[in-house]
Design a protein around this ligand. Structure first.
Ligand SMILES: *[C@@H]1O[C@H](CO)[C@@H](O)[C@H](O)[C@H]1NC(C)=O
Ligand SMILES: *[C@@H]1O[C@H](CO)[C@@H](O)[C@H](O)[C@H]1NC(C)=O
Ligand SMILES: *[C@@H]1O[C@H](CO)[C@@H](O)[C@H](O)[C@H]1NC(C)=O
Ligand SMILES: *[C@@H]1O[C@H](CO)[C@@H](O)[C@H](O)[C@H]1NC(C)=O
Ligand SMILES: *[C@@H]1O[C@H](CO)[C@@H](O)[C@H](O)[C@H]1NC(C)=O
Ligand SMILES: *[C@@H]1O[C@H](CO)[C@@H](O)[C@H](O)[C@H]1NC(C)=O
Ligand SMILES: *[C@@H]1O[C@H](CO)[C@@H](O)[C@H](O)[C@H]1NC(C)=O
Length: 479
């Protein structure tokens, strides 16, 4: 009771305490309840989904606010799991400029996904909130519904900016949802979030040192999928993958080996010309899932990726870490249909006063084009956080040509960690779901036949993987 009162006084003005009977009705929970989403348009009547959405301010001076969508964990059937609070998992998509709500939540791993034609939602039985409380964040400002009132912010974005705002978001989100402060907290994401995730983990780790008490975040680890990690290894891996998967000829590959020094991030004209042959081949198929059918709709907002090829603007392509792929390769147009509906925005507490200009887009070209790519390798951050004892996993859909498994293997090997258990298969439904290798301090997992968006391409495998990560379990090593 005393503890509850202390909590109350920390979060509530006195007048509110007087009318409160329990901790759950104090001001943080008034704000929290205001964010509750009863039901979204087109949402199935059952099963029930406990969800919240809204804005969290991250910078008062500039008027920056980030938009989130949060799902409580589904009730757990197992009593021993019930004893322990279920973890809190943050998910981030990359781009830079792509929405974690459009991709992560509504297309990949959220419990509610947008169905074809964008008219409604379906329940995803492989939602990652089975055993975790699941938080999606549209980051940075300028992405999705997240915004800034200071337009110059939009041309000042880099990894450092993104991490700091995401950290402020977390601090303020925990003020609104204090009941999750003690839960184990993990950060996850894919693609360019291969930068965001370890960088945010690092910032939390550092700030935890400064402020043990009030803003302490109970971070336990992170997991990234098909992550941009190290410019050199990722570029080398891209070229080798294209050659080894019969995308380009031996002659092209020889030319790339001769002309490209990927250690220099500014490719020479000769290297650009050779790499362009790879990219023009990938233009014919879906680079993000090389064995899947290509999306042939030519008017989705995902389509401008093609400009890169037509304009022969390699730099443009190299920045473009966005993705549309999967079994239904035209996916992103459906989410754009859905999130641009007035009633959906209203139910979501998004764009409340209609102040946001333009349309909600799954990826923002403006952000991508102005983003300052200043960090070329995240590996030093891995080394630091592994030493700090965080749980660190990297997974890779092995049919992705954009951030291929080969480059990720080079990255992990470059960390020089001793091997704990050798490379071996893991199984689901009596089939090989992928392979994994455990190092002292880190685990690497592949997902067989999945592209860039593992939870979309291989949902059952994705769920098994995230649950193993969250529990710190080994993946199943027998059929
Ligand atoms: C941005 O400006 C609008 C209009 O003045 C205001 O209502 C809103 O609160 C501001 N947002 C933030 C995060 O300060
Ligand atoms: C630590 O907390 C104090 C008081 O709450 C705050 O003023 C300060 O900015 C915090 N420092 C960091 C690094 O977050
Ligand atoms: C990259 O190299 C080209 C010449 O190959 C040069 O013109 C250009 O300024 C360089 N760009 C950067 C950012 O170093
Ligand atoms: C794509 O656009 C071209 C012309 O801009 C049109 O001829 C073609 O039918 C379109 N394809 C599809 C699948 O809509
Ligand atoms: C693409 O264009 C067709 C024909 O103009 C239209 O019916 C369809 O709604 C468009 N799709 C998107 C995602 O804009
Ligand atoms: C916000 O709402 C206004 C008014 O309904 C609408 O014109 C605008 O397109 C919306 N912005 C976004 C980003 O959805
Ligand atoms: C990009 O970011 C780096 C690191 O923060 C900074 O030193 C550099 O000045 C920035 N470049 C531009 C063009 O803003």
């Amino acid at each position: 009771m005393a503890a509850a009162r202390r909590l109350l006084s920390k979060f509530c003005p006195l007048s509110l305490i007087l009318v409160c009977f329990s901790y759950y009705c104090c001001c943080s929970s008034v704000e929290q309840e205001a964010d509750r989403v009863e039901r979204l348009p087109g949402q199935p009547a059952s099963p029930g989904v406990s969800q919240f959405a809204g804005y969290v301010g991250v910078n008062e001076q500039h008027g920056r606010a980030l938009f989130y969508w949060f799902f409580e964990a589904q009730a757990s059937p197992s009593p021993e799991l019930e004893k322990k609070k279920k973890p809190l998992l943050l998910w981030l998509n990359g781009g830079p400029g792509c929405s974690s709500i459009g991709y992560g939540a509504a297309s990949e791993l959220g419990p509610l996904r947008v169905v074809r034609q964008g008219a409604s939602l379906e329940f995803n039985q492989y939602g990652w909130n089975k055993e975790a409380n699941l938080l999606f964040l549209e980051s940075p400002v300028g992405v999705g519904f997240s915004y800034t009132n200071t337009s110059s912010d939009l041309t000042n974005l880099n990894d450092d900016f993104v991490a700091k705002d995401a950290y402020s978001f977390l601090v303020n989100w925990f003020k609104r949802f204090p009941q999750y402060k003690d839960n184990d907290f993990y950060i996850s994401g894919e693609s360019y979030a291969g930068h965001y995730v370890p960088q945010l983990a690092d910032l939390v780790y550092e700030r935890n040192k400064d402020n043990k008490s009030s803003t302490y975040i109970n971070l336990k680890g992170f997991i990234v999928g098909n992550p941009l990690t190290n410019d050199y290894y990722d570029s080398k891996g891209l070229a080798e993958y294209a050659w080894s998967h019969a995308v380009v000829s031996d002659q092209v590959y020889e030319r790339i080996k001769k002309t490209c020094n990927f250690k220099n991030s500014n490719w020479t004209d000769d290297c650009n010309a050779a790499m362009n042959i790879i990219f023009s081949q990938y233009h014919e198929i879906d680079i993000y899932n090389i064995y899947a059918p290509k999306c042939l709709l030519n008017n989705t907002s995902a389509a401008p990726a093609d400009h890169a090829f037509f304009a022969n603007d390699l730099e443009q392509f190299r920045k473009r870490i966005r993705m549309f792929s999967g079994y239904d390769p035209c996916y992103s147009s459906y989410v754009e249909d859905y999130f641009n509906k007035d009633d959906v925005q209203k139910a979501f507490h998004a764009n409340a006063s209609g102040l946001l200009t333009g349309k909600w887009q799954v990826c923002s070209d403006q952000i991508l084009n102005s983003y300052n790519f200043s960090v070329l390798s995240i590996l030093p951050t891995y080394s630091k956080l592994i030493k700090a004892g965080l749980r660190v996993w990297l997974y890779s859909g092995d049919a992705d040509g954009r951030v291929p498994v080969i480059g990720s293997r080079y990255c992990v090997e470059a960390l020089g960690l001793p091997i704990k258990t050798d490379w071996q298969s893991w199984y689901l439904d009596k089939q090989v779901a992928g392979r994994f290798v455990e190092y002292n301090g880190m685990t690497m997992v592949t997902v067989r036949g999945a592209g860039h968006l593992v939870p979309l391409n291989k949902p059952a495998e994705g769920l098994m993987l995230i649950n193993a990560f969250l529990h710190g379990d080994q993946l199943p090593t027998s059929r």
